[in-house]
Design a protein around this ligand. Structure first.
Ligand code: ADP
Ligand code: MG
Length: 293
């Protein structure tokens, strides 16, 4: 049975914007030693802005037009930014056969043309080789490549911002005795490194597919018994995060920007998307467990 004080703890947490979906998570939160984060939308705003457009053989506007329309139905933060940058919907544009490729991008048929929008992994899978653009390596931006009917058509650079709250959140967790903080991302290596360095995150893994994230969390979980390692939380926001959220001892989702699937799969929801609320949850849980004993 769950001690009555757990309900008081859950109530107190909810008043601070932390929804805890059951008394059993109080114990798990109190014993946290490892926190694994998804990058995009969790540590960063997940609101990308277009910083550069490099078309090949077509105009900048045409490249952005095609990319925005392929992304018409996608909930990925990159999709939203491309639609916003393009500005308006072209009603004469026929979009069909839309298919999301998790960790890669999205493809669709636009006015009879097969258009793919995504990262280098997507290009590799399609057997398309491009010259590494010097300007792209220097920029701390995410590359969004576009392929039209199997031919490379250029790329759009998009950049995201670290949340105001993130650096403080990491420091608070370290102070609270969380001794392993890990960032996981599907984004490219140099973007991951720049973000990790700027927020004081010691460990990160980049260019991951959703299945790779699950594997890394499983490896961390199997390292030793709960008594020795403490418990592990995964914090995420995205459509692709649900499997990892379910696998962690406690899955924490962003509630405001987060996808419904992530909120559904999570054990704890941070209503205002602030990473510093993880420490709030731990503090409340430790106090609640202390009172129950
Ligand atoms: P993360 O949240 O760590 O970025 P995701 O699995 O959501 O991980 O995405 C990994 C990468 O796949 C992105 O950084 C991006 O390069 C590419 N990607 C995924 N979905 C899309 C999309 N709808 N449009 C463009 N690129 C995408
Ligand atoms: Mg994500």
């Amino acid at each position: 049975s769950v001690p009555l004080t757990f309900f008081a703890g859950i109530g107190g947490a909810s008043r601070q914007g932390v929804l805890i979906k059951g008394g059993n998570y109080m114990d798990t939160l109190a014993k946290l030693r490892m926190v694994v984060f998804d990058k995009t939308g969790t540590l960063t705003e997940g609101k990308f802005s277009v910083t550069d457009i490099h078309p090949e053989k077509i105009s900048k506007d045409e490249l952005l037009h095609l990319a925005a329309h392929v992304e018409r139905y996608s909930t990925h933060p990159i999709a939203q930014s491309l639609r916003l940058a393009y500005g308006h919907e072209d009603d004469n544009c026929e979009v069909s056969e839309v298919e999301e490729m998790a960790g890669h991008g999205v493809r669709a048929c636009i006015n009879g043309k097969q258009v793919c929008v995504g990262n280098r992994k997507m290009l590799d899978d399609m057997g398309i080789k491009i010259d590494t653009c010097k300007r792209c390596i220097d920029q701390v931006a995410t590359e969004v490549h576009v392929v039209i009917d199997g031919e490379y058509a250029g790329h759009i650079l998009v950049a995201d911002l670290v949340k105001k709250d993130t650096v403080e959140a990491i420091q608070m967790l370290k102070k609270a005795g969380i001794d392993r903080l890990v960032m996981l991302t599907g984004d490219k290596e140099n973007v991951a490194k720049q973000v990790a360095d700027s927020i004081g995150m010691d460990e990160y893994h980049a260019e991951l597919l959703p299945v790779d994230k699950v594997k890394i969390v499983e490896k961390l979980l199997n390292h030793s018994s709960v008594e020795h390692r403490g418990t592990l939380a995964f914090v995420g926001d995205g459509i692709n995060d649900a499997p990892v959220l379910a696998r962690a001892d406690v899955g924490i989702a962003m509630g405001a920007l987060g996808s419904d699937a992530a909120i559904e799969a999570a054990d704890v929801v941070l209503m205002d998307d602030k990473p510093s609320k993880i420490e709030t949850a731990i503090r409340i849980a430790r106090r609640t467990i202390g009172i129950a004993r």
